[in-house]
Design a binder for this molecule. Sequence first.
Ligand code: ZN
Length: 409
Amino acid sequence: MQSGARIISLFGIPLYIHSSWFLILALFTIAKGVAWQETYNWGGVIPFVAGFISSVLLFVSVVLHELGHSLTAQTQGIKVNSITLFLFGGVAAIDRESKTPGQAFQVAIAGPAVSFALFVLLSLLVSILPSGSTPAAVLLGNLATINLVLCLFNLIPGLPLDGGQVLKAAIWKATGDRFKAVRWAAQSGVFLGTGAIAFGLFVALTVPGFTGGFWMALIGWFILQNANNYGRVTRLQELLLNTPVSEAMTRQFRVVDGQMTIREFTDRYLLSDLYEGQSQHQPYFAASHGRYRGAIHPDDLRRIERSRWETQTLETIAHPISELVTLRETATVLDAILQLERSQLRELTILTPADAVAGVVDRAGIVQTIAQKAGLAIPKAEVERIKTEARYPDNFPLVAIAKSIPLDS
Ligand SMILES: [Zn+2]
């Protein structure tokens, strides 16, 4: 949601404007200008100037609404990455979700609460102004209505709208199951979005000259898309939390004799594995006298003079297990993603309860396992690319999804 121009920072939160918003600015200015020109006797360009000011104030209202969500999230220690204004309003991109249903409710309701407070304030202001149809009175009255609409529209109880977030918090509170809550609230969004498309198109096709139906269908489509997206992300969050890392790790590591020389190792293993096309990603561990001596990283060989390859033993270049970044077999795929990110390593060693090596997990193994469980196909070439570049696919942002899960830690 960061496509667009960054304009300013508010409370340390960068504010972006999506290009589609400028279209709305122009359309809104013209629509208001024409309407006010017909209704009031202001003369000249005043109706259009007032229309433009009204559009800018709509923009300010949406920003204040999003700031309501953002500042509440910040009080819960949640980082707000940006606020983006686009076609149908704004989106505050926050790092993770709230940890409790109560906190989730507070973040959700804060936006509509700001809009409602503005509506009340502006209505009071209008009521004390001298009555009449001066541009100032009309502008303020219009702005009050805009904020009431912002409040009520966002309270529609389906994700991605604030009302959907409130519904989610309520179901979460009632069932204690955050995932079930998001699924139901997303399902409600799908239902309402589909209904809005159907009703909007029906009205547009049966009431000649009325364009409101098309707008309704467009908004319905937007809700449907985003509700489906919530469902998908939640399904992935669930999989990351519930899949043990042992399902994503490979057990195809080699344990080699730590007492052999480096020369023997390269001849016997590296070259033959290279011939079979797998030495680049083949994990090796050295063992001697029945004990693991550590992991062998073929890259280390480059730093050792060739003349010493004949005499130096493999275990002298082993990285001891105690110095490796490891996880237990019982850890989750979520743990593995976060640990890979923290350590910036290509792979993690997975240990049994007895501290023996159980396997090795890398990003490619994680993507394959989660994609398979989610019913998504990842092409073989893509898996190879992930292995080589140690980077997740752009359309499968597992790190961001992992970080969005609220954890009690
Ligand atoms: Zn909102």
